[in-house]
Every structure is written in structure tokens, then in C-alpha cells.
Design a protein around this ligand. Structure first.
Ligand code: PEP
Ligand code: MG
Length: 754
């Protein structure tokens, strides 16, 4: 059954036109289920009806014209119930709708299943036959499984079609909706980066230029052959000959005219080189899958691998030649720190990521750079977007490709207002942060990307509240040496002389992998992360702490922060290692070097119940609301599927933050907030109301926060903590605070426009 399902979905994906794809599915389902009719209806939300898009069994004339309202007929019933409907005699059912154009008089039984994607009914697939008998359980299971798989594929194609429709018919553009990752508006040109082009991401494309596509394929094969020769040369030196013989097999496959001939045939059928290769590789793999012999079946992996290499050389080479657009909107499956580091800052205007959520580290980087970002655009037809005009709204998480003139004009006006707002907040860049009723607040910077860049803005900050040391580790090809680290840390300490610079020890793992130290885990966020990893590798921690202490010599403004602390023992062990590094250096330099303050991040929920004991060991706390939220809610902060569940305004999360504030007061411990929540006006005011007075955020958010504080009094916010107790959802919390922001004329910081 799995192979059949896969084949049907693959066939659908192979068709360039939605209607044809659906028609092919209808044909195959009818055949596979050995039934008399299969039809597919798609939902039109604006008109609130289903349109018959394809059928093998109903009158072809009805296709494309028959519509059934959401509350009509059996098709409507399936959509309303959001579950399969299986009826032996449809005509006797009270919801049966007589639709003469479809010519269904001969059918009696009806089975329909909803096609659902992300909780939304996209359409209905139904089968019918003359026997007045219900379909059996296997048939129901088959149709439901197929419908579930079709959901994602249809959403993907619909997104693509929506983009093209604007281009073709000059209709109004529809926004694709993702998750707001970093506030702001960007207008520019889509620029796709694909680290590895996968076959599944190749959308079928036709060509008129057969000669050019043949040359493209041949060149890609040639380059792949050269790459393989280099690779096998290297491997021969380090691998036993039977293992490196695999490269001979690869060479053989490429030299073998069979692959070439098959691909050429597809190109002559009118497909471009990448699509032709995809079709051929999939056909060969499907043949191999049927083989009894496990050894031969295994060769499928080789075929895929070789196909992948050739594909990369077809597609990537084309992409690499592109000039960078002036206003570049970066689009990738997963935006990484190194992508951002490689692109010129002055051109990079916006970021879209298929994977990730509002608090993935890519979103945090985007905020640090002040670049609007939308994350979790799951249905984005990546291959289809390069070079398209794009408008991105990082407040609402909307992106328009090929925006129509009205959308573009609207957003140009909003962008101009945004720039005005930026100028306005710049006017208080040098002022100290305080509330409207003159309560001083400490505003610090989260950094790790480029201290110099942020400092150059001349923003008055009270120090660096979180220096994420892992970013310099992530964009290298091996662990940086003690000396390299020392120089980096010196620059950070010098950025704000005499002000506290809080450096966090390495916090890799989770969604921050090191390319040269791969960690493979099923649950990386619950795994070997942060302090857990470096305590198992004290040599990494010791080198880092030594570099920090050395950088601090003659400066004295270093603080060390320990991430992901779960137990008292971890803190004791870290303190022992810091002590050890300190003693070593004092001996090496023959002087007692200064000892930094040490703090703990409160981000693993259990740590908040140990604030009393921790207070005896460390000097301060910093609340990591990003992780605290993910662990309290059991929602992966990086997973776009559950992005709607990740919310620091969940009243339960607010309770926890209130508790932390009270505990820190009880034990007279300094506490700051370094998670992203503080950088959002709504979060800032809630935290201010709870009693927090020390915040750390990206330099870009800091000025806005200063402005928001200047126009809000503590008196206005101190009751929020009581009011939120009776609220049941994050939306209600948000609304409550947004009213206050609008009252204080601060609405321009939470949405596009002034
Ligand atoms: C946090 O978890 O809130 C935090 C500041 O650390 P990071 O986002 O780097 O995990
Ligand atoms: Mg964290």
C-alpha cells in the first residue's frame, strides 16, 4: 500500500498543472480501488464552495463547473464533519444533492474523505460505485491516508499557482502566511539559497530549448565525473579497496549510456534537464524497489546518490552564476548563521525560511541584524521563486510574491513610515533608559554576531547582557584556539569599557550545530546541549574560560554565564573548572588575576525551583525566556508545525516568570531577562509590571524598547500581572497589552505602519 500511495502522490507532483495532477490522481485511485468513479473537489474559501476539479467517472463537462456549497450535499457534509463519510445508498441520504450535470444516476454508494492540511479543509476526494454497499474498512483507510498525503502536496501546488496567477492574469496577490520572526518590512527580490538540492524540491518544468538542456545535463555529468575522480583518489588512500570500489560503480553508472539515454529521452519529451533526471532516477528506483535481492535493492541508495550529485551540478551551477539583487530577500529551506555571514549586509533586506519558528536561532540572528524575517513558510515552492519581486511583512508573518501594484504601494508607504519611526527612536539613542515616571531601567545588548557593527551605531546601552559565544564557533571549520577566542572576547569587553559584559559559555546543540563536531540525536533540544556537552568535554570549557579570563586582564568587566543549568552539581562542577582556570592563569602570569562574577541562566524550568540553593553559589541570574517557554510548554521552538503553540504570553508561562521575579527578590539576587520576550513591546511591559528592571536584547530592539519605556509608566503596567491571571489564552494577554500600547501611541512598534 505504501508504494501505491507514494506512486500516486509522486504522479501528482510530476504534473505541472494542478488540474492535470488531480485528474491523474482520480484515475489512479479509481484503478487501485477497483471502483467506478473517483472525483476531487477543491475548496474556495471566498465563495465558500467546493469546485469539482477532476473526475474519472462523472461527466467530463461537469469538471471545472459544478460547485457545491460548504453546507450542501454529501461533499459538503464530509467537509463539515472533517471525517470520512461512507454511505451504502447515497440517494436516500437526507444530504444527497441532485446535481444533474454530473451524470451520477448509476452510482449508489459514496465514500468521501476530507483533504486537510494544517487544520484547514482544502478539498474532498470521493469514490462512488453502483453496488449499494458501504466501502470496506481497507478502502476507507486507503482513501483517508491518501487524502492526508495529498493535503501537503496540494497546498504546495496551490501556493505556486497563486503566485503564477498574479503574473498571468493580473489579479490581486494573496499572501503566504508564516510565523513572524523579526519585525519590519522588506521590499525586494527573492534570492534562493539551497545548500543541497533534493529531488523532492524539484518541481516539474518544461522546456522549449532541448539542445540547451542536453548540454546542461552533459556538462553536469562531466563535472560529476571529475569530482568523483578527485574523491576516489582521496578515498583510496584511507579506505580499504573494496570500500573505495564503490566509486568505480559510480563511475560505471555515469559512463553507462543507459542513464544518459533515458535522460535524453525525457528531455526530448519536453522536460528540462533537472526534471528529466528526477523522472529517470525515480523510475530506476521504483524498479529496484521491486527486486527480491536485498543487495540489489541496496544499490538504490547508490543510484540516488549519484543522481543527487548530478542534480546539484545541474541546478547549483545555474544558481551560483546569479548576480546579487540590490534589495535581496534571502529564501532558504533553513536559514543558517553562515548564510547570513556570507551575504553583504547592505543588500540583505529580508529573510524567509521554510523551517524554523519565531525563536529559532535564525530568527534571533535576523533580529540582531535588524532584518525583517518570516519563518515556517512550510508550503513555499522554493524552486519557483528565484528572482521574483517580494514583499515581506515581518510583523504579521506574511509574504507576497509577485505582489500586485496595490500591495506594493501599500507596503512602500508603510516602509516609509517605518523609516520615520526609526529616525524618531534614534533621537533618544544617547539617553539613559527610564520609564515615563522616571524609574531607571537597565537596557543591555544581546550579541555574538558582530560587536563592532552594533556598537558603531552609537547606542547608549548599559552593557552586554548576553554574548552568545557559539556563533563564532559555528562559522568556523574547527574549534577556535584559546588565542583566537581571547582576541574576540577582548573586542567584546572593549566595546563597553567599565560596563558589565556577560559572556555565556558555549551553548551548542539543539538548533546550533557545529559543522566540525556533529551530534546526532533524536531529541536534540532535550539532549546534549549547552553545559551538558562542555562538562563532558572539560577541555573545551577550560580553553574557553581561560580565553575569557585572559581577555579580562587589565579590563575587569567580564561576567560569565552558564547556560542550560539543570542541577546544583553542574554549577559546582563549572565553578570548580572556572576556579582551576583562574588558578592556572594566576600562576602563569604570576599575579592574581581578577575573578569574574558568575551567573546561571534560568531556562530549564526546574532551575526556578532551586533559586534559593543556586543563590548561595552564584552572583546573578539571567532568564532565558526562549528556552524556558519551549520547555514549559513542551513545544520545540524550532518546529514550524507547532509554531502556533509556542508563545511566551501563555498565562502559565507568565506565572512562572512572576514566580522567578518573586524568588529573586526574596533571595536578593540580581536578575535580568535575556530572551527575546523582552525585545517585544508587549513582553517588555508585562515583565516591567512583574518587577523586572534589567533587560538584554538585540541592539536593533533596544532603541525601540527605550522609546516604549519612556512613554509608559510603571504605574500603568503593575496591575497587568493580576489581570493576566484570569485570562485563558495568549491572544487575550496580547490584546490586553496592545490596548495599552495603542493608548500610549506605541502601536507602530507592534505592526506595520505608524
Ligand atoms: C534563551 O533561551 O532565552 C536564550 C537567551 O538563549 P538562546 O536563545 O541562545 O538559547
Ligand atoms: Mg537558551
Amino acid at each position: 500500500m505504501i508504494t501505491t500511495l507514494k506512486r500516486i502522490v509522486d504522479e501528482f507532483n510530476r504534473q505541472t498543472v494542478l488540474e492535470k495532477g488531480l485528474h491523474r490522481v482520480a484515475e489512479l485511485v479509481k484503478q487501485t480501488m477497483q471502483t467506478e468513479c473517483c472525483s476531487i473537489y477543491l475548496a474556495d474559501d471566498e465563495s465558500r464552495h467546493y469546485l469539482l476539479m477532476a473526475s474519472d467517472g462523472l461527466s467530463p463537462r461537469a469538471v471545472g463547473s459544478v460547485v457545491i456549497n460548504y453546507d450542501q450535499g454529501l461533499v459538503g457534509l464530509v467537509g463539515q464533519k472533517e471525517e470520512p463519510v461512507n454511505i451504502a445508498n447515497a440517494r436516500q441520504h437526507p444530504r444527497f444533492l441532485v446535481t444533474p450535470q454530473v451524470l451520477e444516476e448509476s452510482y449508489n454508494s459514496f465514500l468521501g474523505a476530507p483533504i486537510i492540511h494544517q487544520r484547514k479543509v482544502l478539498g474532498i476526494i470521493s469514490v462512488q460505485q453502483s453496488d449499494a454497499e458501504m466501502y470496506d474498512q481497507n478502502s476507507v483507510a486507503f482513501l483517508v491516508t491518501l487524502a492526508a498525503q495529498l493535503g501537503g502536496a496540494i497546498a504546495h501546488v496551490e501556493a505556486r499557482e497563486a503566485i503564477d496567477r498574479v503574473e498571468r492574469n493580473n489579479v490581486r496577490s494573496r499572501a503566504l502566511k508564516g510565523v513572524a520572526g523579526s519585525g519590519g518590512i522588506a521590499i525586494g527580490t527573492a534570492f534562493i539559497i539551497q545548500p543541497k538540492i533534493s529531488f523532492s524540491s524539484i518541481l516539474p518544468r518544461r522546456t522549449h530549448n532541448i539542445g540547451r538542456e542536453i548540454v546542461r545535463f552533459k556538462q553536469a555529468v562531466k563535472v560529476t565525473q571529475q569530482e568523483l575522480s578527485v574523491l576516489s583518489g582521496k578515498m583510496n588512500q584511507i579506505l580499504p579497496s573494496d570500500t573505495s570500489a564503490i566509486f568505480d560503480v559510480y563511475h560505471h553508472m555515469l559512463n553507462d549510456n543507459l542513464l544518459g539515454e533515458k535522460v535524453h529521452a525525457q528531455i526530448h519529451n519536453g522536460w528540462n534537464a533537472a526534471t528529466s533526471l528526477k523522472i529517470v532516477i525515480e523510475e530506476i528506483c521504483a524498479e529496484f524497489e521491486q527486486m527480491e535481492d536485498p543487495y540489489i535493492r541496496e544499490r538504490m541508495t547508490d543510484i540516488r546518490d549519484i543522481g543527487q550529485r548530478v542534480l546539484t551540478n545541474i541546478v547549483q551551477k545555474e544558481l551560483d552564476k546569479r548576480p546579487l539583487p540590490k534589495n535581496l530577500i534571502l529564501i532558504a529551506e533553513e536559514v543558517t548563521a553562515s548564510m547570513l555571514a556570507e551575504l553583504p549586509r547592505e543588500k540583505l533586506k529580508g529573510i524567509c525560511s521554510i523551517k524554523g519558528s519565531n525563536n529559532s536561532h535564525a530568527a534571533i540572528l535576523a533580529k540582531a541584524l535588524g532584518i525583517p524575517a518570516v519563518m515556517g513558510l512550510e508550503d513555499l515552492p522554493l524552486n519557483h521563486l528565484d528572482g521574483r519581486a517580494t514583499v515581506l511583512d515581518g510583523y504579521s508573518g506574511q509574504v507576497f510574491f509577485n505582489p500586485d501594484a496595490i500591495v506594493t504601494k501599500e507596503y512602500q508607504a508603510l516602509l516609509a513610515e517605518e523609516k520615520e519611526l526609526d529616525l524618531l527612536v534614534q533621537s533618544i539613542a544617547k539617553d539613559a533608559a527610564k520609564t515615563k515616571d522616571n524609574i531607571p531601567v537597565s537596557l543591555n545588548i544581546n550579541t555574538g554576531l558582530a560587536v563592532d557593527f552594533e556598537v558603531a551605531r552609537g547606542i547608549k546601552a548599559d552593557g552586554i547582557g548576553l554574548y552568545r559565544t557559539e556563533i563564532p564557533f559555528m562559522i568556523r571549520s574547527c574549534f577556535p584556539s584559546e588565542l583566537e577566542q581571547m582576541e574576540l572576547y577582548q573586542r567584546a569587553l572593549d566595546a563597553y569599557p567599565n560596563k558589565p559584559i556577560c559572556m555565556r559559555t558555549l551553548d551548542v546543540g539543539g538548533d546550533k550545530p557545529l559543522p566540525y563536531f556533529p551530534i546526532k540525536e533524536d531529541n536534540p533540544f532535550l539532549g546534549w546541549r549547552g553545559i551538558r556537552m562542555v562538562l563532558d568535554h572539560p577541555e573545551i570549557l577550560l580553553v574557553q574560560v581561560r580565553a575569557m579570563l585572559r581577555a579580562n586582564m587589565g579590563r575587569g568587566n567580564l561576567q560569565i554565564l552558564l547556560p542550560m543549568i539543570t542541577s546544583i552539581d553542574e554549577v559546582i562542577e563549572c565553578l570548580r573548572l572556572i576556579e582551576q582556570a583562574h588558578t592556572e592563569l594566576s600562576e602563569e602570569y604570576d599575579q592574581v588575576i581578577s575573578y569574574p562574577k558568575v551567573g546561571v541562566m534560568l531556562e530549564v524550568p526546574v532551575a526556578m525551583y532551586q533559586i534559593g540553593l543556586l543563590s548561595e553559589l552564584v552572583d546573578f541570574f539571567s532568564v532565558g525566556t526562549n528556552d524556558l517557554t519551549q520547555y514549559l510548554l513542551a513545544v520545540d521552538r524550532n518546529n514550524s508545525r507547532v509554531a502556533n503553540l509556542y508563545d511566551y504570553y501563555h498565562p502559565g508561562v507568565l506565572e512562572a516568570l512572576q514566580y522567578i521575579a518573586e524568588q529573586c527578590e526574596k533571595y536578593a539576587m540580581p536578575v535580568s531577562i535575556c530572551g527575546e520576550m523582552a525585545s517585544e513591546p508587549v513582553g517588555l511591559l508585562l515583565l516591567l509590571g512583574m518587577g523586572y528592571r534589567n533587560f538584554s536584547m538585540s541592539a536593533q530592539s533596544l532603541l525601540k524598547a527605550k522609546w516604549v519605556l519612556k512613554h509608559t509608566s510603571v504605574e500603568q503596567v503593575q496591575n497587568l500581572k493580576f489581570q493576566t491571571k484570569s485570562l485563558s489564552s495568549p491572544e487575550q494577554v496580547r490584546q490586553l497589552v496592545e490596548v495599552l500600547l495603542e493608548q500610549n501611541q506605541l502601536g507602530g512598534f507592534i505592526r506595520a505602519g505608524k
